[in-house]
Design a binder for this molecule. Structure first.
Ligand code: ATR
Length: 272
């Protein structure tokens, strides 16, 4: 039997076990996926178990996405660039750290909105971990411009640099020029529910607006963007597709998404 694990602190609310165990069962794989609350000083021993093949794959969540790096043998291109790991596996006896958040976001754009970012103008609001992952992926997807807007300018600069050649730091004036606007700040999450990441007057009906937040499922800002006529999507699909990417990497098998999308939304609705 194969063993998979998601680690973080806190970890109780992680939806990953629900997703992966559904796919494991659905695909008739002899495996189990569990969650484990850990402290930083447990990281090294836990990751060693991947080399010993006692654990076959680890998903990493907040606050350990960077802290795991010293204990890995190699990083994928995406993990190296963003200095953030969410998926660990063994390849040719080397422990590899990868990050599926960026590709998960691109797949979500395709799935939800049939949106191809190539030659599109993008504004990313925020410059934390999520913003870095999507900026790197959008750069690879050949957007024509990517403007990062963030409260802390130094972080905006390091994030924009991840979209090689096209990333710049901007301000609110850039928003109305964008084809795609993404909220990657935490403004709109439960504790900051009423705060908007940008004034909604800057949003218009030719735009696709994505809020990476999924708790609540629809932030007041996303509702306001919808009122402006923009096409809008929340962060549930990115959550789902970062998991399908990890599942496929570990098992070589596809993970069916259609039933899980609704199942996650129902679970999140129950929790709110
Ligand atoms: P994540 O890993 O989910 O991306 P994060 O790394 O904590 O989370 O990033 C949070 C983002 O929300 C950052 O861009 C942060 O801005 P700063 O870089 O200036 O800290 C942004 N953010 C959080 N609270 C904010 C607030 N009150 N006003 C403006 N931006 C805020």
């Amino acid at each position: 039997m194969k063993n998979y694990l998601v680690i973080g602190n806190p970890i109780n609310h992680s939806l990953s076990p629900k997703l992966h165990n559904f796919w494991i069962h659905n695909n008739n794989i002899d495996a189990i996926y569990e969650k484990q609350l850990i402290e930083e000083n447990q990281l090294e021993n836990l990751i060693l178990k991947v080399k010993e093949k006692k654990i076959n794959g680890i998903n990493v969540t907040v606050p350990f996405k960077k802290a795991v790096i010293p204990f890995l043998d190699e990083l994928s291109f995406e993990a190296e660039k963003t200095q953030s790991v969410n998926t660990i596996y063994l390849d040719s006896n080397k422990i590899i750290g990868h990050n599926t958040d960026g590709d998960g976001f691109l797949k979500a754009l395709k799935h939800d909105a049939d949106f191809d970012p190539k030659q599109k103008r993008v504004v990313v609001l925020g410059a934390g971990g999520a913003a870095k992952a999507i900026t790197e992926a959008l750069g690879r997807a050949e957007v024509s411009s990517l403007v990062v807007i963030n409260r802390t300018q130094a972080k905006a600069e390091s994030t924009a640099a991840l979209a090689t050649d096209v990333g710049t730091v901007g301000d609110l004036e850039d928003i109305s020029e964008a084809d795609l606007v993404v909220n990657a700040t935490s403004l709109g999450m439960k504790d900051n529910a009423t705060q908007f990441p940008c004034p909604v007057d800057l949003i218009h009906s030719d735009q696709l607006v994505v809020d990476l937040i999924y708790h609540p499922l629809k932030t007041p800002w996303l509702s306001a963007a919808e009122q402006k006529g923009a096409r809008t999507h929340n962060g549930v699909s990115m959550l789902l597709f970062q998991a399908t990417e990890a599942f496929t990497l570990w098992t070589g098998q596809q993970a069916p998404v259609s039933t899980m999308l609704r199942a996650i939304e129902e679970e999140l609705e129950r929790r709110s």
